[in-house]
Design a protein around this ligand. Sequence first.
Ligand code: ATR
Length: 279
Amino acid sequence: MPDHYAVIGNPIAHSKSPWIHAEFSRQTGQDMCYEAMLAPLDGFHVAVTHFRQRGGKGMNVTVPFKPEAYAISHRLTERAHAAQAVNTLTFADDEIFGDNTDGVGLMRDILFNLGFSITAKRVLLMGAGGAARGVVLPLLEHAPCILVVANRTRRKADELQQQFSHRGNIASVDYADLRGEKFDLVINATSAGLHGQLPVLPPDIFARESMAYDMVYGDDRSVFLQFAQQHGAGLLADGIGMLVEQAAESFFQWRGVRPVTEPVIEMLRPGRRSSSVPA
Ligand code: ATR
């Protein structure tokens, strides 16, 4: 019997994780299977319990269940604790072990795949929700000159600043405070783009060497990346690389083998995508 894994979320039909993990297991010769699992909005814990009872070894957790996965974990990594959210569950004996691989996935994509150093750079993080919280500590660990968190609801940005101020140089602002500022790296961790919206950003925050990174991905260039390109950002990246890298880190936690991510990222690019990849 192959070892059994799943990604759980709601909605889940368009998740690329089953395809990504199938590629990883094929590449590394691991005997495992990985499925997508839809849980009712009020049925996360029950679904996880059933999966464990059937012998499941681990799960990836996606929207909206990451905070609940954090709550049911018996042990947490430091990065999951900092994020207050779990995207990787590992089941061992009677324990649930919770990790969060989103931040390290973002870092690997920016540092290694895109070849962009964060150290001593001015970094702007847009958003202060779950997605932003998961990447603050990994960003600070790479010692930017400053990490500025901007959020529509200022209080949430202030909370992140207070939580992480002992880990590096971090500030919280309103979007309006960004006038006249320039950043080397601007990361969009808001969900505004999912509704075709964009926080009100001053147009002159990018320099020609600046990178604009949207944690969201899609076939079309996001509103944020369009804005960044129009206003002079020289480097644009969407979240496909982060998606594959966070999956690779989960895979490594479970199987102890690190898959090669580059060909998998390439295969997910629009235009390169094979028919077996979910749209
Ligand atoms: P996620 O888990 O995807 O981060 P979330 O916790 O609901 O989801 O956070 C969504 C983030 O996107 C928040 O920072 C939110 O700003 P608020 O805290 O002010 O709600 C931000 N966001 C969503 N829509 C936005 C919009 N139209 N303009 C600016 N920010 C937006």
